[in-house]
Design a protein around this ligand. Sequence first.
Ligand SMILES: C[S@@+](CC[C@H](N)C(=O)[O-])C[C@H]1O[C@@H](n2cnc3c(N)ncnc32)[C@H](O)[C@@H]1O
Length: 207
Amino acid sequence: MGLLENKARARLFYKYLSRVYDQVNPFIWTEAMRTEALSLLEIEDDMTVLDVGSGTGFATEGLLEHVDEVYALDQSEHQLEQAYEKFGKRAPPVHFHRGDAERLPFATDTFDVVWSSGSIEYWPNPILALREFRRVLKPGGQVLVVGPNYPDNVVSQLLADSIMLFYDEYEADHMFKTAGFEDVKHAFMGPSYDPEVAITTIGRAPE
Ligand SMILES: C[S@@+](CC[C@H](N)C(=O)[O-])C[C@H]1O[C@@H](n2cnc3c(N)ncnc32)[C@H](O)[C@@H]1O
């Protein structure tokens, strides 16, 4: 398990990274990639949407181009503070929650869409979190998760594995199907200088 696949360490990491997250983020997770990922969803403006590991609100902003309101959850108070400055803390369009992807504070069958970008790589038990996503999704609801694509060469693989979760489509298939999702599909994307750094997986909760 990688160094940052640990909730306390990930919180400490984001205590410092949150200060520069919005300046660093566009080098690996761009607006074009976000648009491409959003295009994989069948999304309507009155849908109930949850953004898990919402951070400073980059994906939340993209989701708000399609829906009226977003529920946003993150475990880092420092990341959430940055997001509050953009959206306000207590009023729509964003309903913020501080919490853990693996123990979502929402009722069963609540959401039409659960989105998570750039967060799965920090979760100690991604299948547990994905089972939580399925629980809070309405029957037939859509899941979309963006994570780091497994690198091709051995040196990068060793480095990647020592830091956090990087995965390929076979591992993604296994995780999403074990968590109970159907119609699981993957898309690869990346910034123009280095394609395919991200793997995006979509699926549906059973009807
Ligand atoms: C790379 S940022 C992604 C932020 C945002 N989703 C985006 O697209 O820019 C990863 C976020 O996941 C959050 N995170 C990591 N582990 C988490 C967990 N177990 N539960 C909730 N959030 C978590 C971190 O605090 C951080 O804000």
